[in-house]
Design a protein around this ligand. Structure first.
Ligand code: GLN
Length: 547
């Protein structure tokens, strides 16, 4: 706790409606602190009961973001990583479920010595412990975002915990930022401040008076309205920040800086406010604006109706496009559509095809049709996780002459499980060298693992190095029992675990750019450091677009 004494805490809450972009606003605040030389930590507290995001359907909740240390977390952590230089960990995301689980575990152990275990103080104490935990290595500022909307029953213990933290830590070490909506009502021709007033009232009822208001709006808030918000919400005029919609989320740090967001929070915390260096954001936005080339990427997946389901992949394509001076148009294609319609017709306008991660049999045939089309028609292809597994199966079936090739995920009785659980390799007579319980055996391989790259491959050329670390989230693996046969048929193993046991990247040699990886490169792409595989994939697609 010694170092944590210096850390200031900024708590970000949201009101009126959900989906206001609280995560991006919190992440932008992190960028504004970093731009002034402060070291930040970021955390998201989610009021739902799931112990982590791992079991949640991306359809409902958006992608599951994976950290280096293998936590399956809320997608807002992806924003935090893309807007700052901080790497998230297991400590960066707590759900109500995880907090309750720890309290119940302690109760069963008898740690509470017969006391009645209650929401206050036991749950709130556990929440405070989790919050203080991210400050353990002494960042200057910890930004803590509370999920949900003020007024939800579920978020109450979290709000009570942050209320108490001001009491515990003091006025000048805490800052409450509240994000609200100032809607434009067309019929009245006016922006309305009432929802903001009500939302602040709700917060005050539970003992929190916001220090800074961030008002999400479609158009400029006139002076009179701002004054009204300030007066009725009891927030100084210069701490009412307008957050108008931006066309590119990476412009938000710049926009919020103009509005004085960083300065308002710094002033509240009594911290120095040096001139921020926002060049990485200015450069990135300028690059996107100047991009005069255009490329169309077809993303073939199962959750294409909800853009958030592939959030990090989407962003990585934007980064890769900017690196190539191109705007990337993403064409979301429902995989099942390719089971009814001809892939050549659906995909004819795509300059590149991407098959992202996924689970289960539904849509697999359609994804494979897309992969086959990419392979046969020399369309640049990037396969990720399930996308790689399907590329291996497609190759085995149509090139290596193994019509029964599949994944044991789709058919546990598979005759030719080219993709299988490690426990199943053993059944097939492969001796696993990894220590038991090391990571696998029916459980997920989660988090960052090293991958050794083979010189002369496209992957090696992209990364420009011999070894990388990438994040994983999967159960099934390339079955080594089939490796030789597939290599003989022309499959290139471009990356593997340093012990040679696990296949991490496959490629095709006689193709302009066909690369598929078992890991998720999208989690490591940043606007200021685009991921090499996305960058080169987009470059290859551009070449096709301009051929
Ligand atoms: N379903 C596959 C597995 O578990 C792939 C997972 C993924 O794409 N994230 O191995």
């Amino acid at each position: 706790m010694g170092a944590a004494k210096q850390t200031r805490f900024v708590f970000v809450t949201g009101g009126v409606v959900s989906s206001l972009g609280k995560g991006v606003a919190a992440a932008s605040l992190g960028a504004l602190f970093e731009a002034r030389g402060y070291r930040v930590a970021m955390q998201k507290l989610d009021p739902y009961i799931n112990v982590d995001a791992g079991t949640m359907n991306p359809f409902q909740h958006g992608e599951v973001f994976v950290t280096d240390d293998g936590a399956e977390t809320d997608l807002d952590l992806g924003h935090y990583e893309r807007f700052t230089h901080v790497r998230m960990t297991r400590r960066s995301n707590y759900t109500a479920g995880r907090i309750y689980e720890s309290v119940i575990r302690r109760e069963r152990r008898g740690d509470y010595l017969g006391a009645t275990v209650q929401v206050i103080p036991h749950i709130t104490d556990a929440i405070k412990e989790a919050i203080l935990g991210i400050a353990e290595d002494g960042p200057d500022v910890a930004i803590v975002e509370i999920g949900g909307t003020v007024g939800d029953i579920e978020s109450l213990p979290f709000l009570e915990a942050i209320r108490q933290l001001r009491f515990d830590l003091g006025e000048d070490r805490t800052c409450y930022v509240h994000l609200t909506l100032v809607p434009y009502i067309a019929a009245a021709g006016e922006l309305k401040t009432k929802p903001t007033q009500h939302s602040v009232q709700k917060l005050r009822e539970i003992g929190i008076a916001p220090d800074v208001l961030v008002c999400r709006c479609e158009r400029e808030i006139p002076r009179a309205q701002r004054d009204k918000i300030a007066l009725f919400c009891n927030v100084p005029r210069e701490r009412v920040i307008e957050a108008r919609d931006v066309p590119l989320i990476y412009a938000l740090p710049l926009r919020l800086r103009e509005e004085g967001f960083g300065s308002a929070v710094l002033a509240k915390l009594g911290l120095a406010d040096p001139e921020p260096d926002l060049s990485i954001w200015r450069d990135f936005c300028a690059r996107v604006e100047k991009a005069d080339k255009h490329v169309r990427i077809a993303m073939v997946g199962k959750y294409v109706e909800l853009a958030d389901a592939y959030k990090s992949v989407h962003e990585a394509l934007v980064h890769g496009g900017a690196a190539n001076g191109a705007k990337v148009e993403i064409l979301y294609v429902d995989a099942e559509r390719l089971e009814r319609e001809d892939a050549a017709r659906v995909l004819q306008d795509a300059h590149g095809i991407l098959v992202p991660g996924g689970f289960g049999l539904r849509g697999a045939a359609g994804k494979m049709a897309a992969i086959r089309y990419a392979r046969e028609h020399h369309v640049p292809f990037l396969g990720i996780c399930l996308g790689m597994q399907l590329a291996v199966i497609e190759f085995a079936r149509h090139v290596a002459g193994m019509p029964d090739a599949t994944s044991s995920e789709f058919d546990p009785q598979a005759k030719e499980p080219v993709i299988a659980l490690m426990t199943e390799w053993e059944r097939d007579g492969i001796r696993i060298r990894r220590a038991p319980g090391d990571d696998l055996g029916g459980t997920m391989r989660l988090g960052a693992y090293p991958c050794r790259l083979k010189p002369g491959t496209r992957a090696h050329a992209a990364y420009g190095r011999d070894e990388v670390r990438e994040r994983h989230r999967h159960r099934y693996e390339f079955h080594p029992g089939y490796r030789e046969r597939l290599e003989r048929a022309g499959l290139v193993i471009a990356g593997e675990s340093p012990d040679g046991e696990l296949v991490e990247i496959i490629e095709l040699a006689d193709h302009p750019w066909f690369v598929a990886c078992q890991f998720h490169p999208e989690f490591l792409s940043r606007p200021y450091a685009p991921h090499p595989l996305f960058r080169d994939f987009v470059a290859a697609a551009l070449e096709r677009a301009h051929a």
